[in-house]
Design a protein around this ligand. Structure first.
Ligand SMILES: NC(=O)c1ccc[n+]([C@@H]2O[C@H](COP(=O)([O-])OP(=O)(O)OC[C@H]3O[C@@H](n4cnc5c(N)ncnc54)[C@H](O)[C@@H]3O)[C@@H](O)[C@H]2O)c1
Length: 287
């Protein structure tokens, strides 16, 4: 997609961080926007801000982990704008960080995978058929650099799945000679509210027990929030994404800082050796 003026973008997780930056950038390109997020108040404030600058915006309060809510949001988008041209599946949460993976509860899996993986699947199922039908448009799924390096926590399990899912979509579209374009965005460390994601953990998926790992998780979230605040600005990622969409780039990485870890993972796999430095990529609080 080279021209954006007058076209329609559907963006999830649009009330904060990167989703917000994408919406701002695409509004400047003259796109009409369907903005989906779980948090109604920041979404309403952001909508007003965009509208005051002349953008056409449809705010949608949606939990992407709920297939029914996503279907309704897609229907409302099509009813308002008649079509969709660019779908950006960006909503995400940091998920379970509260102990070793085998101690996670089913509610931890339901929340972490529900938003980060199933949220993407639900939006693809609701809107990709529109792009396929008109044989045009662009789908972006947000994975992460953690999808490219060794698995280290539940979040990275979900992001590995998003990456493989997006590769599969692309290969299935290619087999059908579809002209729909696909990208997988892999951000590194970006200054957003990702590690405050627990604020959005729904009641139905609260933990049933307070394990010792909960304190570890709380400290890790604070440390990681601090670390992200020193990362790349979301507005810069928006420029990188726009450029990647224009050039129809499949893998869009925000920087090359993770290349050594990506290379060492594949080198270990091909050499058949046990990985060194697992702790190097594992997210753990300092003590
Ligand atoms: N920040 C980083 O360093 C980083 C790195 C790699 C990947 N990512 C990914 O980027 C994407 C955007 O996250 P961000 O970093 O901008 O974080 P953020 O917390 O600033 O924004 C995420 C948005 O998603 C919304 N959200 C959460 N749960 C939702 C749900 N169930 N349904 C709908 N919306 C929901 C939140 O309300 C929030 O507005 C996520 O997929 C994240 O995993 C972030």
């Amino acid at each position: 997609m080279e021209h954006f003026q007058g076209k329609v973008a559907f963006i999830t997780g649009a009330a904060s961080g990167m989703g917000k930056a994408f919406a701002e950038r695409l509004a400047r390109e003259g796109m009409r926007l369907a903005l989906a997020d779980l948090e109604p108040e920041p979404l309403a404030r952001f909508t007003q801000e965009l509208e005051s600058h002349g953008a056409e915006v449809l705010p949608l309060t949606v939990d992407v982990s709920d297939a029914g809510q996503v279907r309704q949001a897609a229907e409302r988008t099509l009813a308002r704008f008649g079509t969709v041209d660019l779908v950006i599946n960006n909503a995400g949460v940091e998920g379970y960080l509260d102990g070793p993976i085998w101690e996670a509860e089913s509610s931890d899996w339901a929340w972490t995978m529900g938003v980060n993986f199933w949220g993407v699947v639900h939006c693809v199922e609701a809107l990709l058929p529109v792009l396929i039908e008109k044989d045009d448009g662009h789908l972006v799924n947000t994975a992460s650099m953690t999808a490219l390096v060794r698995g280290a926590n539940m979040y990275s399990i979900a992001k590995h799945a998003v990456l493989a899912y997006t590769e599969t979509i692309r290969s299935d579209l290619a087999r059908r000679n579809s002209r729909v374009q696909v990208s997988v965005l892999c951000p590194g460390i970006i200054a957003t509210n990702l590690f405050l994601g627990s604020r959005n953990r729904p009641e139905r998926w609260q933990r049933t027990s307070n394990t010792p790992g909960a304190e570890q998780g709380r400290k890790l979230r604070l440390e990681m929030h601090e670390r992200l605040s020193q990362g790349m600005q979301p507005s810069q990622v928006a420029e990188i994404l726009l450029d990647g969409i224009r050039r129809n780039q499949f893998y869009i990485l925000t920087d090359d800082g993770w290349h050594p870890q990506i290379e060492s993972r594949f080198a270990d796999i091909m050499a058949g050796v046990s990985p060194l430095g697992w702790r190097g990529v594992r997210l753990e609080p300092r003590s």
